[in-house]
Structures are given as structure tokens and as C-alpha cells.
Design a protein around this ligand. Sequence first.
Ligand code: FES
Length: 108
Amino acid sequence: MSRVRVCARSELVPGRARLVRVGGREIALVDLGEAGLRAIDAICSHAHEYLSEGEVDLEERTIECPKHGSTFDLDTGRPRSLPATQPVEVFEVTTENDDVWIEVRDGE
Ligand code: FES
């Protein structure tokens, strides 16, 4: 596993997602405010669309795919509504002072 610094915590906005790149991966980093940060695969499991462009629901802890409207659970990566049926990968996020780190498997 590799832990990579992706941005400063102070750059993030609650209720918004941000696209970050770790190695060859594109990851949606989501600020859930008091519930903390989440990181999931930025690309929807249904078709090639950026979840990082989607709308975040702070109460439900979901992000909605802007293309066909599937919502994904930000804790598990599982879709909560159709048409997507496959989960997206979730990544561990940690913060240290103002630094945000994401952990990915080596080679990704
Ligand atoms: S591309 Fe995301 S739901 Fe279809």
C-alpha cells in the first residue's frame, strides 16, 4: 500500500467532491463536513462518467452520478439506486494537520 498526499484539508468544501489523481487512479475526494472525508473511484461503475462531478447528499452520505442518476454510498461504494449495479472502489482517507492522504494499493 502507498499513502499519497493529495491536497490540503483547507482546500475542500463541505458537500463538494474534488477529483484527485493518485498514480494512475482518478479518485473523487468528498468532504462530508462533520462526518469527515471519503474517497471513492471517480468513475461510475455503469458507464464512463465522473462521479466527482456529481451532487453530494450530506445526510444520506451519497453522491449522484450526473449521467443517469445512480446514487453511490460514500462509505461502501455500493450503488443505492439503478441503473448502476456494481460498486465502485473506496479508499482510506486520513488527515494530518492540514494534509489529506489517500491510501492505494501499489501498482495502482
Ligand atoms: S454512468 Fe453513472 S449511472 Fe450511468
